[in-house]
Design a protein around this ligand. Structure first.
Ligand SMILES: *Cc1c(COP(=O)(O)O)cnc(C)c1O
Length: 470
């Protein structure tokens, strides 16, 4: 465990850029073309406007932002990205950036190891989870061209959309009230349809729930169906299933562990891997699926004889800086349960449990469902009569908290179906088909410390809304 202080972002960035500058100089001086010059006044004005416009963002870095899946990258990732970005290698081919291509192979192997996949697994980084899942469904189609893909209602909407893109039939599977795939329904779908691949989710984008992967996989195998696990959000939490991981109450370890039996896995280092956007990853258990990617590019490759990443990726140009930043981050903050990334992930998990306990302790808010990962759901307590009351009170608290000029707190709203909500809170009268509840993504480790205070402040806001109500 490391009580070290966070690295100074500016010093790292300066070191990174200075090093690249020196390296550039070592190739010899040359004259920059005049056309690249910029009028200093115009540059100044552009930067003034640019920097000011960036202030229009929500404060993603701050504990008071607990809205969507957003946070700045780690300072190590920022500096490492900046260094490689200045050189701008392209991991499409080894010739486009041999060092960062090698780093990509190393981090992909590290991610496969963390997910429990075999050493021989095939994988590469992608622009994000969307492309990673697209490649998984594309391989699913190539392997079973005449069969459908089963996708549960709790899965990310990208799967349905990519089914359209790929012209693959997508058979929906109902989710249960907890937002996990319904295994009885899955069994029926596998009985009644020709399903080639089933998509399971490890950490839903909605409430961070984890499908019963350990029970679903044997079911799929019994019907000769492949399994793709979408771990874009939650995949990194598998690290916490290792023996040295801190103990987390209500952690679905068995479900995360079972990811190791999947045929393919998508995981997003730009969500829980401390990276800037533009860093997803797809992994395949069977490296032989690489044959589907084969192509004969006339443009690239003239010196490299190793397997080119560009030959096993649907995307052509890809930022070498994304691979470099992830590599450097995982060297500094390794994929270990008790050092590096593990304690960060564990703090986020604990933050969600602390948040939920604090909600249970106030009279002003009620828990909707206990968290499985680091996303929490709650509603104003005064709304506990009907779905429309829940909907309106949640929406009102969301707006009021965000727009409080003195002490804004950023949450999000998430729509739950009437079925799910009335199962979770049976006292509710179902007078609508769905209702908004409050949702907070606690993906910064600081949320562990700040959770009780944030809940207190939200509870106060809920109370003053309630007393202001007619
Ligand atoms: C975020 C997310 C996606 C989409 O990934 P992008 O990186 O946003 O393209 C897919 N599935 C899940 C479960 C996600 O959380």
């Amino acid at each position: 465990m490391s009580p070290q202080s966070s690295p100074a972002a500016d010093a790292l960035l300066h070191r990174a850029l200075q090093h690249v500058e020196d390296w550039e100089q070592s190739w010899g001086a040359f004259d920059r073309h005049d056309a690249l010059g910029v009028d200093p006044d115009r540059l100044d004005a552009a930067f003034d406007e640019y920097l000011e416009r960036l202030e229009g963002n929500y404060p993603f870095h701050h504990p008071r932002y607990a809205g969507q899946m957003l946070k700045p990258p780690h300072p190590v990732a920022c500096a490492a990205y900046a260094a490689a970005q200045r050189i701008n290698p392209n991991n499409h081919a080894l010739d486009g950036g041999s060092p960062t291509s090698q780093m990509e192979k190393e981090v992909v192997a590290d991610l496969a190891g963390m997910l429990g996949l075999p050493d021989a697994s095939l994988g590469h980084l992608t622009g994000g989870g969307t492309v990673a899942n697209l490649e998984a469904l594309w391989v699913a189609r190539e392997l079973h061209p005449d069969q459908a893909v089963a996708v549960a209602d709790n899965a990310h909407y990208t799967h349905g959309r990519m089914g359209d893109v790929l012209d693959v039939e997508v058979v929906p599977v109902p989710a249960d009230a907890h937002g996990r795939i319904d295994l009885d329904a899955l069994d029926r779908v596998l009985e009644q349809h020709a399903i080639g691949t089933v998509v399971l989710t490890a950490g839903t984008t909605g409430l961070g729930t984890v499908d019963p992967i350990h029970d679903a996989i044997p079911l799929c195998r019994a019907h000769d169906a492949r399994v793709h696990v979408d771990g874009a959000y939650g995949g990194f939490f598998r690290l916490l299933t290792e023996p040295d991981a801190p103990d987390i109450p209500n952690f679905p370890a068995e479900r995360f562990r079972a990811i190791e039996d999947a045929d393919s896995v998508a995981i997003d280092p730009h969500k829980h891997g401390l990276q800037p956007y533009g860093c997803g990853c797809i992994l395949f258990r069977d490296p032989a699926v690489g044959r589907f990617y084969q192509h004969d590019s006339p443009y690239t490759y003239f010196t490299s004889d190793d397997l080119h990443l560009g030959e096993i990726s649907l995307e052509c140009s890809r930022a070498g800086a994304a691979a470099g930043a992830l590599w450097c981050t995982l060297k500094a903050l390794p994929l270990k349960p008790d050092d590096g990334l593990g304690p960060i992930l564990a703090a986020c998990m604990r933050a969600a449990r602390t948040w939920t306990d604090a909600v249970a302790d106030t009279d002003a808010l009620h828990v909707v469902a206990p968290p499985e990962t680091d996303i929490v759901s709650y509603v104003p307590a005064t709304s506990e009569s009907s779905l429309s009351a829940v909907h309106e009170a949640s929406q009102a608290l969301f707006d009021a908290a965000m727009n409080d000029p003195d002490d804004p707190i950023f949450t999000s709203v998430y729509r739950l179906s009437a079925d799910a909500l009335t199962t979770l809170r049976p006292s509710l009268h179902a007078d609508r088909d769905e209702a908004a509840v409050l949702r907070s993504v606690l993906m910064k480790p600081e949320h562990e410390t700040y959770a009780p205070d944030l809940v207190d402040r939200l509870a106060n806001k809920a109370q003053s809304l309630d007393s202001a109500a007619p």
